[in-house]
Design a binder for this molecule. Structure first.
Ligand code: SF4
Length: 360
């Protein structure tokens, strides 16, 4: 029999032990049977769970076969020898897995797992942009739907955005759809960037003033920010990079006190891995889409084989090409340090329709 006593048990090897310090032990008797059920279903069905860095600790540490940022998950989806992929992320990530693994069944446990960036732009918007800027290549952040990727020359993630933009060897690119990521990339390169007015609803909420206030009240604090935050927030940070780069920074440098300016669960997940010695000051902005995935709906997803992700073949062929061109570049990333802010053009649906009206 397993005894629960303030988180101390006789079986220190059990997966749930990884949640010590981040999930109260009083919740363990409810969570542990769910973890066991997910792991049993994975073996039975030859399935894997891919979890994004923003997932809750019980998914990230106890049932995920691979964790990472969008780029790492896309590559892992290809390399995993499994019949079924359960994407513990959001819908665009599941679509990306399906694009790279068309022969595998890809499931997303919640239909609510969307993304404010992905819903900010459509394939039709990209076609209009290409009319407005003929011969300017389109680089699309992976946080987009397959029909937007299908209209693009190549994809990028926050880890490789600067590398991808510069790899094209041109003077000007359209970089979609995150306005802040585009401004932050523009600061790091001589390539002229045309942006789209999309925002991540989690990262846009952080302000430079908030960071200054926390720093003022917390001596010796290291502030790490994700490039979906505004340029002003990045200027206040000590380091900026993709979720994986932020995790790597904490692993290597082990700052005494750290604030990760990104989704809430990242701090919990890194804290559970790092253990004692690093104090996490937690700014708490949750991604409501990511949080619609939980252990219970992962179980239902595997039991009922729902919700299967499908992409029309004509869109899939084009979108796959854009993702694959990014993957083929390799996993080289570049952090956002020492840039110079510039004014860039930011397009939106309104500016494109007014252009159409003028040309009529
Ligand atoms: S954190 Fe932002 S970019 Fe990531 S899934 Fe949520 S809304 Fe989209």
């Amino acid at each position: 029999m397993i005894r629960y006593n303030s988180g101390e048990t006789e079986e220190s090897h059990r997966p749930i032990q990884k949640l010590k310090g981040v999930v109260p032990s009083v919740e363990w008797p409810i969570i542990e049977p769910l973890i066991e059920r997910v792991n049993a279903l994975k073996s039975e069905k030859n399935a894997v769970v891919l979890a994004h860095n923003y997932q809750t600790p019980e998914i990230y540490h106890c049932v995920a076969d691979f964790v990472g940022d969008s780029l790492q998950l896309a590559v892992q989806a290809q390399e995993r020898d499994a019949d079924i992929i359960v994407q513990a992320g959001v819908h665009f990530m599941a679509e990306t897995s399906k694009l790279l693994c068309p022969e595998k069944t890809v499931l997303i446990p919640s239909l609510e797992a969307g993304c404010s960036l992905a819903s900010s732009i459509t394939g039709e918007d990209v076609r209009k942009l290409k009319n407005k800027y003929p011969n300017v290549p389109v680089v699309t952040y992976v946080n987009t739907s397959a029909d937007v990727k299908a209209e693009s020359d190549i994809c990028c993630t926050s880890a490789n955005a600067i590398t991808v933009v510069e790899s094209l060897g041109v003077e000007r690119v359209i970089l979609l759809p995150d306005e802040f990521l585009s401004q932050n990339v523009a600061a790091m390169t001589d390539v002229e960037i045309i942006a789209w007015k999309g925002r991540c609803e989690v990262h846009e909420r952080f302000t430079a003033g908030e960071l200054r206030a926390v720093r003022g009240s917390t001596p010796d604090l290291s502030i790490l920010a994700h490039p979906e935050c505004s340029p002003e927030v990045l200027e206040e940070a000590d380091f900026a990079g993709s979720t994986s780069a932020l995790i790597e920074y904490v692993r290597e440098k082990r700052p005494e006190k750290v604030m990760m300016v990104t989704e809430c669960s990242m701090s919990d997940n890194v804290s559970a891995e790092i253990g004692e010695g690093v104090e996490f000051i937690r700014p708490c902005n949750l991604c409501p889409h990511m949080k619609t995935i939980n252990l219970q709906n992962i179980i239902e997803s595997l039991e009922l084989m729902r919700y299967e992700v499908t992409i029309p073949e004509d869109i899939a062929t084009e979108a796959r090409g854009a993702v694959q061109r990014m993957v083929d570049l390799g996993l080289k990333g570049q952090n956002f340090e020492g840039g110079t802010m510039k004014d860039i053009v930011v397009e939106d649906s309104l500016s494109l329709s007014s252009m159409e009206t003028l040309s009529q």
